[in-house]
Design a protein around this ligand. Structure first.
Ligand SMILES: Cc1ncc(COP(=O)(O)O)c(C=O)c1O
Length: 403
């Protein structure tokens, strides 16, 4: 007699999962080192894992969390992630994702105008978004090499290696932006400009957009500033790029893996990065085959918050980064590398080492970066719930102790 598999009906298992999310079990039982022969059962597995998965996680929304480009996620995205996991839609086929495909189109239609692009697609991160943009540059425009700054993300170099393209790195100026005076001839090149470099948040001169055969803007970090009336102008010029990468799992506050690659001429770019397997109703566009419905949590966030809600959070974070920079500048024990351009502060102690300073601070408060061979402390304003007064207080106290 037919019986549904009970592991597909949660009964009150999901309530249990929610209960544990709020108060994880402090069960510290070690996990088996080899594949268990028999399972523990769903509820026991949940209990056992809650201590590890929830208890052992970096607390991205804590009042002192300011280290990385990884934001805490708004709760509406947790609900959408649950729905997505339940439904397991595949964006590869419209048949396997009827609404999710529409959701992706809708979100792209909402967001692409802010970047002056015609459209694009979601992908698992900006490493893939950059690879896809540079791939289109090679196969739609025939570029022979890639020119970028020394501060570009390593995914640009990775892409060149994968695509067999020569890479030329141009030095940066004192603000960490690509030094225009050192550009080579760009007639056969893809110029990759960064809007918000990984280490310092610098924005390359976007008036260079259009100077090369193809311009790709890596706006993985700072792209969402386009939704802010106060800060959108920092990315002026992006609208003339040929392709743009934006991470949704950074300043759009989305769960991983979520990013967008956008194109100004969608038809020719798609033609360059599409494959048609006989089993597909439509060509497979981009690097990935099967893809999750990452647009759904972003759709929910944008619907719940509107443009204003996104902008208000980013504006708040930009203000917090400025306040932190003010405090560092006022301190006679800390040296600020430069005013924050896109919510990232870089600084170091004057009388001690960065490593010693970090040891005196809560984990997850700061990260480090290396500039010109020196290690600096780095903060990234990605957590809207950070308590900046507390961060300043802890930082100043640690710099005094450390001197
Ligand atoms: C400027 C920049 N580009 C690209 C990436 C790669 O993004 P992802 O980690 O989503 O692949 C990052 C990641 O931090 C980044 O800072």
């Amino acid at each position: 007699m037919w019986m549904p598999d009970p592991s597909y009906s949660p009964h009150d298992g999901l309530n249990k999962a929610l209960e544990l999310l709020v108060s994880p079990s402090d069960d510290s039982v070690d996990l088996p080192l080899t594949l268990p022969e028999s399972g523990l059962g769903d509820i026991r597995a949940l209990e056992l894992l809650s201590g590890h998965v929830l208890g052992g996680a970096a607390q991205l929304g804590s009042p002192t969390s300011l280290a990385h480009m990884d934001p805490p996620t708004p709760w509406i995205t947790w609900a959408m992630a649950l729905w997505n996991a339940r439904l397991n839609q595949n964006m590869l086929h419209e048949m396997s994702s009827p609404f999710a495909t529409q959701a992706e189109m809708l979100v792209l239609n909402w967001l692409t105008p802010y970047f002056g692009m015609q459209g694009g697609h979601f992908c698992a991160g900006s490493t893939i978004a950059n690879l896809t943009g540079i791939w289109a540059a090679r196969d739609a425009a025939g570029v022979k090499r890639v020119v970028t700054s020394q501060a570009a993300h390593l995914s640009v170099e990775k892409s060149c290696r994968l695509l067999g393209l020569e890479l030329l790195k141009v030095p940066v100026d004192r603000q960490g932006c690509l030094d225009c005076g050192q550009l080579p001839n760009l007639d056969d090149a893809c110029l990759v400009l960064t809007a918000g470099t990984t280490a310092t948040g610098a924005v390359d001169p976007l008036n260079l957009v259009g100077a090369a055969k193809w311009t790709h803007v890596d706006a993985a970090w700072a792209g969402p500033l386009r939704l802010s009336r106060s800060h959108s102008g920092r990315l002026n010029g992006i609208e003339a790029a040929d392709s743009v990468a934006v991470s949704a799992h950074k300043w759009f506050f989305q769960p991983k893996d979520s990013a967008l690659v956008l194109f100004r001429n969608l038809e020719s770019a798609n033609a360059a990065v599409s494959f048609n397997g006989g089993y597909l109703a439509k060509p497979n566009v981009g690097v990935q085959g099967s893809r999750s419905a990452a647009a759904v949590p972003l759709l929910a966030t944008l619907l719940a918050w509107g443009r204003e809600g996104v902008a208000q959070r980013i504006d708040h974070l930009m203000r917090l980064a400025d306040l932190l920079a003010d405090a560092i500048e006022k301190s006679d024990r800390l040296e600020l590398w430069g005013r924050p351009q896109t919510g990232i502060n870089v600084f170091r102690p004057m009388y001690s080492s960065t490593a010693r300073l970090l040891l005196k601070l809560p984990p997850g408060m700061l990260s480090t970066c290396v500039l010109d061979g020196n290690t600096w402390a780095r903060s990234v304003a990605a957590n809207p719930s950070v308590d900046i007064d507390l961060v300043v207080e802890r930082l100043l106290a640690a710099s005094r102790e450390d001197a």
